[in-house]
Design a protein around this ligand. Structure first.
Ligand code: ADP
Ligand code: ASP
Ligand code: MG
Length: 401
């Protein structure tokens, strides 16, 4: 069997932990598997490198940032390979380029365009354990690119797809996907399976246990994906196609996203084209707008609200302040968060949203914005109630049962 393992930052956080990963890889090898290992940088390393760059300027060149950030993953790939060799295993460390990963040009947020797996196949055929530095590739000009934060998950899934691996196992410090972040709700339950679509919602709504682009790609390439812990031998969670019995589950999880800031525009002219003008301007400034709400206009004007990530809040503020027509006033709130309820079962059941609103009301939590889709409800609330809301919703949907 050909298996791709991916070890995240906490799993390779220091040499002892790399030793632990060495043991796990060795064990899988002894069991007869061919193994490709994707590694992240040691935990905290990427942030540390960003901090170094920001010591000099708040806006370092993205090409240079890719050169800098890609180094973190190379360190762990080389160390793991060295550790395996020291134990007598034949291992080889590769960069993204070495593994044949070609990406778009967009530095710090590149997309994978193609993978040429020949070098990896040759190494596997020669009996080697292949260790690949995650989170990176190379663009057509030959410069190194990175894939966005949490991007080693994406590297692992993409390699599993290109190698036609039997499965892809993502190892972190939790032994699977839980009904909510177990750090917030200790009564959270581990799920045996979850559908790609539900996982995609959980990830894009803020559950960082798997990067959302990696889940999207796993679904597209039909990669058999497991979330497991590098600190235990528990079975983990299988992320797979939706199955019939899954539909009986109404709600599969709740998610907290603290990375939200709210912008409210008051007295916006109620005319065709105004939303296009505002959101085109934000998009051109690379500001990622998340939730948007607009009311029916009265007396020729309306209110428009939206959220952006914290890091883009200042930029959004400056940009909106430069918008000198068609808006009467605006206010900004950095201290908000988004809580979401996810479940494929919502498709065929009503009342899920009403329950969420009721339990938040009973806890005296005011809902500032709401958005829904077929399989999720998201609500923006004051950030100080975020964790309370998660625990309250978790209990209301009996996710601890
Ligand atoms: P790594 O550094 O290995 O990539 P991450 O820190 O990105 O790992 O992801 C693991 C973390 O995700 C856990 O420590 C946990 O707190 C968090 N998490 C958030 N939501 C969930 C969830 N629904 N199930 C499991 N873990 C979750
Ligand atoms: N080291 C990168 C990050 O911290 C990529 C990853 O860990 O997946 O975002
Ligand atoms: Mg991660």
């Amino acid at each position: 069997m050909l298996v791709v393992h991916k070890y995240g930052g906490t799993s390779v956080g220091d040499v002892e932990r790399i030793e632990n990963v060495t043991n796990r890889v060795a064990k899988a090898r002894e069991a007869g598997d061919d193994i490709v290992v994707v590694v992240s940088a040691m935990s905290g390393e990427t942030n540390k490198l960003i901090g170094f760059a920001e010591h000099f300027t708040k806006e370092p060149a993205k090409k240079e940032m890719d050169m800098l950030l890609s180094s973190g993953e190379r360190v762990t790939a080389a160390l793991l390979s060295i550790a395996l060799q020291a134990r007598g295993y034949d291992a080889i460390a590769m960069t993204g380029r070495g593994a044949g990963i070609v990406t778009t040009d967009s530095h710090t947020y590149a997309r994978i365009e193609s993978i040429d797996p020949r070098a990896m196949h040759a190494a596997i055929k020669a009996g080697k354990i292949v260790i690949v530095a995650g989170f990176q590739g190379v663009n057509k000009d030959g410069s190194v690119t990175t894939l966005g934060r949490g991007g080693s998950d994406l590297s692992a899934v993409a390699l599993a797809g290109a190698l036609k691996a039997d499965q892809c196992e993502i190892y972190s410090d939790v032994d699977g996907i839980y009904t909510t972040d177990p750090r917030i709700e200790p009564n959270a339950k581990k799920l045996d399976t979850i559908s790609y679509d539900e996982m995609l919602e959980l990830s894009s709504l803020g559950a960082k246990v798997l990067q959302s682009r990696s889940v999207e790609l796993a679904k597209k390439l039909n990669v058999k994906l497991y979330a497991k812990s590098s600190f235990s031998d528990n079975v983990g969670t299988l992320i797979t196609e939706e199955s019939e019995n899954m539909e009986e589950v109404l709600v599969s999880g709740v998610v907290l996203d603290k990375n939200q800031a709210r912008v409210t525009l008051r007295g916006v002219s109620d005319r065709p084209g105004i939303a296009a003008e505002i959101f085109t301007m934000l998009a051109e400034a690379n500001i990622h707008v998340d939730m948007i709400i607009q009311n029916m206009g009265t007396d020729g004007s309306t209110n428009l609200g939206f959220t952006v990530p914290h890091s883009e809040h200042e930029n959004a503020k400056k940009l909106m302040a430069s918008f000198d027509h068609d808006i009467e006033g605006m206010d900004f709130d950095e201290h908000v968060c988004k809580v979401s309820v996810v479940g494929v079962g919502m498709k065929s059941h009503s009342g899920v949203a009403a329950t969420a609103f009721t339990v938040l009301a009973n806890s005296n939590i005011n809902i500032q914005m709401i958005s829904t889709s077929e399989i999720k409800i998201s609500m923006v609330i004051d950030e100080k109630y975020g964790e309370l809301a998660i625990r309250t919703l978790h209990e209301a949907y009996e996710l601890d049962k």
